[in-house]
Design a binder for this molecule. Structure first.
Ligand SMILES: NC(=O)c1ccc[n+]([C@@H]2O[C@H](COP(=O)([O-])OP(=O)(O)OC[C@H]3O[C@@H](n4cnc5c(N)ncnc54)[C@H](OP(=O)(O)O)[C@@H]3O)[C@@H](O)[C@H]2O)c1
Length: 339
């Protein structure tokens, strides 16, 4: 099936109203606008999942104005399989709209055996992106990230590799992820001097993990970079998923994930208290958790994961209520500080 065949009656046709309700926010001082809600493919897009479900989720996301899809070389399992699944989705559904999409991938964590398959060498980053492009069937990605800081490789080497990646046309923009404020400042200085289009930092940020408020957000603002918040729902804990126990099909209920039952149970009292505030605002807890991050205009987008179409539709509705009263903020802070 040719994906550019307009007359093909079986081709996925995106909803014509897809841009009517989504809001877009400028990413730092760059030319790029990101949807307030972006979709991450860390979970639910590997070979252990079904392609049909993955296709339905991404189509639903795009139909609601989500233009940004985030991947990494090692998403799956197994490593690489989320990119392969996304390649199928592009071929069958979204490829026709490639020019409307903002696709990112990353390298930095363990990917292949031997000395060149992780961290931040020029060898690893450039080789890994070549592999990612093949898996997704793309000529370029919109954004390529260094996924985590490397304590061993000189920062200049990693940054020059990002610069070369852009100059060779394999990525339009670059970003960093999981860097602390100090290293972010150093990276900005190097990349700005090279005039490399470094536009964004991807950092964990949620009601349960506020480390970015201690310097990183200020540094990013100072250098005109955007910030995209990953795991904004604390992997599902900041939702109604666990209010009545741990469902078997939830992330904490499954094997081989980074969220275990113990973590969920430790937080459940806070979750219940936060849930009451959300309900009083006319939101689901998941929606309030996203709105709470987005109230800070320095955050360009929240990067959610979902296991169903229903969840992505619900999450998009978070943008309908981004205002918090002082009293609500105070109540939330009290709960989080255990008072
Ligand atoms: N740069 C990095 O180092 C890094 C690290 C982690 C993640 N990321 C990126 O961030 C993305 C998101 O991370 P994440 O998946 O941990 O994010 P998250 O949004 O905090 O958690 C996603 C999980 O929350 C649950 N959920 C989502 N919407 C829901 C709703 N409306 N109602 C009830 N439950 C809901 C689902 O859990 P169930 O599966 O239980 O339904 C879903 O799998 C990743 O895909 C990846 O792109 C980056």
């Amino acid at each position: 099936m040719k994906i550019d065949d307009k007359a093909n009656p079986y081709r996925y046709m995106a909803d014509e109203a897809r841009y009517d309700n989504m809001q877009y926010r400028r990413c730092g001082k760059s030319g790029i606008l990101l949807p307030l809600i972006s979709l991450g493919l860390w979970h639910n897009f590997g070979f252990i999942d079904t392609v049909n479900k993955a296709r339905n989720i991404t189509r639903k996301a795009f139909d609601h104005g989500i233009t940004h899809f985030d991947l990494a070389n090692n998403y799956g399992p197994p490593f690489g399989s989320a990119e392969e699944t996304f390649g199928i989705i592009l071929e069958k559904d979204l490829g026709y709209y490639r020019h409307e999409l903002f696709i990112s991938t990353k390298a930095g964590f363990d990917m292949w055996d031997g000395p060149y398959g992780n961290f931040g060498s020029r060898k690893y980053l450039i080789t890994s992106l070549d592999q990612s492009l093949k898996r997704m069937g793309l000529e370029y990605v919109d954004l390529f990230y260094h996924h985590r800081p490397d304590p061993y490789t000189p920062l200049e080497e990693t940054m020059l590799a990002l610069d070369q990646i852009v100059r060779s046309g394999k990525a339009l923009y670059v970003g960093i992820s999981n860097y602390d404020a100090e290293r972010t400042e150093q990276a900005s200085k190097i990349l700005d001097e090279l005039k490399t289009p470094f536009i964004i930092h991807q950092a964990r940020y949620s009601l349960f993990d506020r480390w970015v408020e201690n310097g990183l957000l200020d540094t990013l603002e100072k250098y005109g970079k955007g910030m995209i918040a990953f795991s904004p729902l604390a992997q599902g804990m900041l939702t109604d998923r666990y209010l009545d126990g741990i469902p078997e099909d939830s992330r904490a209920g499954k094997e081989m994930t980074y969220l275990d039952k113990r973590q969920v149970l430790q937080k459940i009292d806070n979750v219940k208290a936060l849930n009451n505030i959300a309900l009083s605002r006319g939101q689901k807890l998941s929606q309030m958790a996203l709105s709470w991050i987005l109230k800070d205009k320095r955050v360009s987008s929240v990067l959610v994961g979902v296991s169903s179409e229903v969840q992505i539709v619900e999450n998009v509705k978070a943008i309908n209520n981004l205002e918090f009263s002082d009293a609500e903020i105070e109540q939330i802070n009290k709960i989080l500080s255990g008072q």
